[in-house]
Design a protein around this ligand. Structure first.
Ligand code: GLC
Length: 655
């Protein structure tokens, strides 16, 4: 948008730019800057407009974008242009992701480079590597406490290894996703060290207080994130004789985004990683970016403005790069991280579908889809050009962040129901096959979250212990059923390393003092490559899981109706054990896939004639896309075996 105030300011800024970041080759930079400068200026003004040094900061902001553009390699600039033309590229059903630790999946980066063919073998073409930047030697919250955003920790390798890996992935058309931990740094970061040495400029990079007066005001309304291991939100720093805001662990110092210098530093880091060949940046803990006394200090309006500003600036320098919002917050809040007021995604193009994840675990425990159906019904529609990451497990715990109204709507009591789920998954419920562990117990609120690997939560571990083939079978079916859901729901399925071979909880973390009090390490294993080799041996659990997931991925990629264009209809079929939705092709809406999942231990029936009336689903020649076969039917009644799913279609698909 052309607007005089911002445009004349932009002209002034450009005339003062350093000659080395002016001139030839910046054509696309300038057209994008012209397009985005009005929102950039507006957002920067709302956030920082009252400051006397506003003008010098906005000059610095434009210089930062320009410098990083000058450094952006030619092949990435070319990819930006391609993605601009094909701007819906990431909504395609062809993308399937996997999250992993480079030093868990492999030994380190060079070893990971040797193992990249595992991804195409399974069909994975987007890889999220957990943080690998320099971090403290002891506890580092799994790398989420960063001491140097531009260095790779020597435990993983070197910067050259990242570039080599990015090249190897690119050759195979695999997208690279890396984290940028935007909310905090480690207490060993240079900025924190300078702050501790008394530098007031760097003290202003964090929230630092002389006494408890303001911290105490914050504490009234701020929840605790790690109540067992890091109670409270402030840590006393002896060197400064001051209190530091540390929402997560005591060694993770929250950055002060009310200081524009912090915003510009972090933008520079985002663009730096964009220039290393990263396709997608996962912005960690984005809900926490803005702190306000009297609030829970999450999901504040300014946190959204900061993300919009990051996006607008990133689009100028590296428009092909996408953002993932890691915001594990209430269902109505998560959706806002796509950008609330915009028609198209204007904050992060991708967000973790934490709601769907937790609802799926609810369905497994209750053996019915009541809350799942209700919760999905309540999910607001996404913006266009925005997509979910649908996942079952990740490196974090499972929080039961459903909406209480949804729980009540299906006639459970919210507190009692959550308690049931915690008991079910952590071994306090009779006959539960799950082997999860409690995480983050809060003795003030009674809240607990759940750790554990997918296979252990789904009952494989206990079934193996008891050498019970029937229960092993149920666990395998449950794991596949869950994968069948994230592949079909709409969005990018994000697998977790080890899950395709049924990796169980890993208890070795208990022997490491830096990890022992954090049960999330139970599901951050070292990949057992001998076990993984069994994926090629028919009859093994690894083979059954791996081949089935591989096939699901291959089928998913062929089904246009699985692309994510808000093309899903949820169906209430009157049978609480079934979760049913239809997906349709946007360009050919009569091409439909009916997804049916049975979470119960008994077979369930579904009358397809009823469905055909509401969902326009012709069932005459119905076929399951996953098996390629006609499912069991009795007249118009479909029979869904226990813990099984169907991807039914009634139109001919060339598979
Ligand atoms: C994110 C990460 C989590 C970490 C936290 C603090 O939620 O996923 O592992 O503990 O941020 O960095």
């Amino acid at each position: 948008m052309y607007e005089q105030v911002s445009h004349s300011l932009l002209n002034d800024i450009l005339s003062e730019l350093d000659p080395e970041i002016q001139g030839e080759g910046l054509r696309y930079f300038y057209t994008r800057l012209g397009a985005n400068f009005y929102p950039i200026h507006s957002l920067f003004t709302i956030l920082y407009g009252k400051r006397d040094d506003f003008r010098s900061h906005i000059q610095h902001l434009v210089e930062t974008m320009a410098r990083q553009y000058v450094q952006r390699p030619e092949y990435l600039r070319a990819s930006d242009l391609e993605r601009e033309k094909d701007h819906n590229w990431f909504l395609s059903q062809e993308w399937v992701g996997m999250a992993l630790y480079a030093d868990g999946f492999a030994r380190d980066l060079p070893d990971l480079i040797q193992r990249v063919n595992y991804f195409p073998e399974l069909g994975v073409n987007m890889v999220h590597l957990m943080p690998m930047m320099q971090c403290p030697q002891g506890a580092s919250d799994g790398g989420y406490a960063i001491s140097d955003f531009r260095q790779i920790d020597s435990r993983f390798g070197e910067m050259e290894d990242v570039q080599e890996l990015a090249g190897e992935l690119r050759k195979r058309n695999i997208l690279l996703t890396l984290d940028v931990v935007v909310n905090h740094t480690s207490n060993e970061h240079q900025w924190a060290k300078l702050a501790q040495a008394g530098d007031s400029c760097y003290q202003d990079y964090y929230y630092i207080f002389d006494n408890r007066e303001i911290p105490d005001m914050f504490e009234v309304s701020m929840p605790e994130i790690f109540p067992e291991t890091a109670p409270g939100n402030f840590t006393w720093n002896e060197a400064m004789g001051k209190w530091v805001m540390t929402v997560f662990n005591s060694y993770q110092w929250d950055l002060n985004y009310s200081n524009p210098a912090v915003f510009i530093e972090m933008l520079d880091i985002i663009l730096y990683w964009a220039n290393q060949g990263t396709d997608i940046l996962r912005l960690d803990a984005v809900a926490f970016l803005w702190k306000k006394i009297g609030s829970i200090c999450q999901n504040e309006r300014e946190a959204h403005l900061l993300l919009q500003l990051m996006k607008d600036c990133c689009q100028v320098t590296a428009p092909g790069v996408l953002f993932i919002a890691e915001a594990i917050v209430a269902p109505v809040e998560i959706i806002k991280y796509f950008g609330e007021d915009a028609i198209h995604a204007k904050e992060c193009e991708i967000a973790y579908n934490a709601t769907f994840m937790a609802l799926l675990w609810d369905a497994v425990a209750t053996k019915n889809a009541r809350l799942l159906t209700q919760g999905v019904k309540s999910l607001p529609d996404k913006l266009d050009r925005a997509t979910w990451l649908n996942y079952l497990r990740c490196h974090d715990d499972i929080g039961l962040g459903f909406d209480d109204n949804d729980i009540r709507a299906v006639e459970y009591d919210p507190h009692a129901h959550r308690q049931f789920l915690i008991d079910y998954y952590t071994g306090n419920y009779d006959n539960s096959p799950a082997r999860g562990l409690p995480f983050g117990y809060n003795d003030k609120t009674g809240d607990t979250r759940i750790s554990g690997s997918l296979a252990s939560l789904a009952g494989l571990e206990s079934a193996l212990e008891d050498e019970d083939p029937e229960r092993i079978d149920v666990a395998i079916k449950t794991i596949l059923l869950l994968h069948g859901m994230i592949m079909a729901f709409g969005g990018i399925p994000l697998l977790y390393y080890g899950d395709a071979i049924g990796t169980l909880n890993d208890r070795t973390y208990l022997g490491d003092p830096a990890k022992a009090n954090d049960s999330r390490w139970a599901h951050r294993p070292r990949m057992d490559w001998e076990k993984a080799a069994l994926r090629n041996t028919p009859g093994t659990i690894e083979y059954r899981l791996f081949t089935a997931i591989k096939k699901m991925i291959a089928v998913r990629k062929e089904v246009a109706a699985f692309a994510d264009f808000n093309n899903r209809e949820l169906l209430d079929v009157g049978n609480p054990h079934l979760f049913v939705f239809s997906r349709f092709e946007v360009l050919q809406p009569t091409n439909r896939v009916l997804v049916v999942a049975n979470f119960d231990s008994a077979p369930q029936h579904l009358n397809l004639e009823d469905i055909s009336r509401t969902a326009y689903f012709r069932y005459g020649s119905v076929r399951d896309l996953y098996t390629g076969e006609r499912p069991a039917m009795f007249k118009e009644e479909l029979v869904i075996p226990p813990y099984q799913f169907y991807w039914l279609t009634d139109y001919p698909l060339a598979l």
